[in-house]
Design a protein around this ligand. Structure first.
Ligand code: BDR
Ligand code: CA
Length: 325
């Protein structure tokens, strides 16, 4: 049986890979993409998602709903210094491409209400849409089967500040709302140490992906190019893939090799530690509100992505730029 889910994304680089996995894994039943303000300009994110669908030969096959264009309280902060335009300079003819009229928050509420307790949500951007849905329609919280959140660090390093991981930093108020909301089954895929230990693709692994020689492997290498340069400049030996790992953990729970029940709280009021995730591991008398992934099978994760990239696809519309020129 396939796993129905909605992907809430700020589409750039690793979000693109997460979309590919959501489209092509045989276990996946991707019902909708909802867009949230995060990595790069909002409209650019939409185009990045459309180009990803095109690379997978699936343009037009999954509805894209536009969600919140800014965080709940604070001004939007981008990661364009990391991602560039989020696609490695790709372009496509967008004439006639359409997005849904229905707002992303309403789509999250409606789709989960149509099949209560059956549809999961994988949130790989700031949590603005998820928080808005929970506030607008409290039943949303009960209707979501499983909520997988990429964000925060397990009492570890941030990536946009020493304390703040990007997704929680951009909208810490939304993260606060979501962790307090009472979702029945929350899984957190943190930046540190998990991503840095188990979801980094080295140059050697990227060379292996290059050898695959499909449109999807070219797409992957093109979108990951700018982040490889950035990651290496800050001492990370490769490109980071927490977003596709989050999808992988929903579809293939066996990728998780160690996890624990935690109470997760996100700092929204401090400048210095904005977005910091305090993850209490069970000795502080706090009720757990999430399962936090501590370690994953990095080799299996890499093999899974390589297998998906080997899928032969015919691009829906020609892509220009990067390895497509
Ligand atoms: C997260 O921030 C974004 O830049 C990535 O897409 C990922 O979701 C990592 O901190
Ligand atoms: Ca993301």
């Amino acid at each position: 049986m396939t796993i129905p889910f909605i992907l809430d994304t700020d589409t750039a680089q690793d979000d693109c890979v997460a979309i590919i996995a959501s489209l092509l894994d045989p276990e996946a039943d991707l019902r909708a993409i909802t867009m949230v303000a995060g990595n790069v300009g909002f409209d650019r994110q939409v185009r990045n998602a459309q180009m990803t669908l095109s690379a997978a030969g699936r343009l037009g096959s999954v509805p894209i709903h536009l969600g919140c264009r800014r965080p709940l309280v604070l001004p939007w902060v981008s990661a364009e210094n990391v991602h560039g335009d989020g696609s490695g300079g790709l372009d496509m003819d967008f004439t006639g491409t359409a997005t849904e009229q229905e707002h992303g928050v309403d789509a999250l509420i409606r789709l989960t209400a149509e099949a209560p307790g059956e549809i999961s949500v994988v949130a790989i951007g700031p949590l603005t849409n998820i928080a808005m849905a929970a506030v607008k329609e409290p039943a949303f919280v009960d209707n979501v089967k499983r909520l997988v959140i990429m964000g925060g660090s397990n009492n570890g390093r941030g990536n946009i500040t020493p304390a703040g991981e990007f997704n929680f930093y951009v909208d810490p108020h939304a993260a606060h709302v979501v962790f307090e909301a009472g979702f029945r089954d929350v899984t957190v895929v943190p930046w540190a140490p998990l991503t840095l230990n188990d979801a980094v693709f080295s140059r050697e692994q990227l060379a292996g992906i290059d050898a695959i020689g499909t449109p999807l492997s070219r797409f992957f290498l093109t979108v990951c190019g700018p982040t490889l340069a950035f990651d290496e400049s800050v001492g990370i030996p490769g490109t980071t893939h927490p977003d596709s790992l989050s999808v992988g953990i929903l579809l293939h729970p066996e990728l998780v090799t160690q996890a624990g029940d935690y109470h997760v709280a996100v700092e929204a009021d401090s400048g210095l530690t904005r977005g910091y995730s305090a993850m209490s591991w069970g000795v502080h008398g706090l009720e757990p509100n999430a399962r936090v992934v501590e370690t994953a099978d990095g080799e299996a994760f890499h093999r899974w992505i390589e297998g998906l990239l080997a899928t032969p696809t015919e691009v829906s519309r020609p892509l220009r730029g990067g390895l497509f020129d």
